[in-house]
Write a new protein. Sequence first.
Length: 381
Amino acid sequence: MTRGQLGIVLATTFLVFCTLYTPQPILPQLARDFDVPITSAALMITVVLLPLGIAPVLYGYFLQAVPARTMLLASLSLISLGQLALFFATEFWQLLALRFIQGLLLPALFTAAMTYAASMALPGRIRAVMGMYIAATIAGGFGGRVLSGFLASTAGWQWVFLVLGLSLLLPAWLCGRLRADARLNFDRLDARAIGRVLRVPNYAWSYLALFTIFFCFTGILAMLPFRIEDIRPGTSSFVISLAYVGYMIGIPVALSSNRLVTWFHGEQIVLMIGAGAILCSLALFLVPNMSLLFVLMLVLAAGMFLIHATLSGYLNHTASEHKGVVNGIYVSVYYLSGTLGSWLPLVMYRWMGWQGTILVFVVLTLLSIWFFRCLTREPVE
């Protein structure tokens, strides 16, 4: 892969991840403008994440038959059109329908981008290239939120979707310059394959820990805009978006996770350090202070991305077979947890308040620490 081709893939990944979390900082504004409860507004994130969770189960046959470049071109073009259509939406159900369609396209696009990044890199550069890919996803998640907050505060939330829709046209055109010989590497999951993997204790503990800890993380991200408005009513969407700046700590944390595993002679301690950072941040989230909230977001994100990078590496290291199935289940658990975490905590927040919801997250995080303690280092047969 030439630097130019890698740049196209990374730029595409960045912009698409921008679209994934774009609505989050403007959820309170959308709830007011369309007169819907906060639980309904949160569905703007939920309907996009759900297809990512079920993709390894339902998309396998289709994705294996389509060249990566064709999939990139088609999905990028359709996502761009969908973003432009969001600009003209006048009813909330139209926003949800268009976001759901976008979610249906994202699994194919992400798989195609990862395939290009992995299959066209030199053997000794695969880890470095995949590290760049992960960095692009994190930067996109943060960039989309900040762009959304800025444009919503200065021009109106509709312009967020227009700008991103037009921006996606450039990578869609550039993807036509990519080599066309990469095939999608996507493992289809069936009930028997899933059952074989889940009967292995190491895998089961890992997936349970991932589900509980990522549920808490996405729950905080989902509640954050509403919590900020509770602490300081009238806060602009742009200021709300800046609360996600701690998200960027995920880039150096993810890239340095292997070094930390070496220092601590194994993944288990590193995983528990990450969970401990999340636990400490959750306890301090009970303090109603805006400045502290911004700092705690950095600690929370550092802990989550340390766990994400380390746990995925642990599973691939210990698995001696069925790696494709192991990773496919990991992706499903990750996004299904994110799907539930983007909506259910808003229901809890509405009925239990911030403090009650945080206490539930503390219990779940303690449970995830116990799951991590159950892991072993031996390779799985």
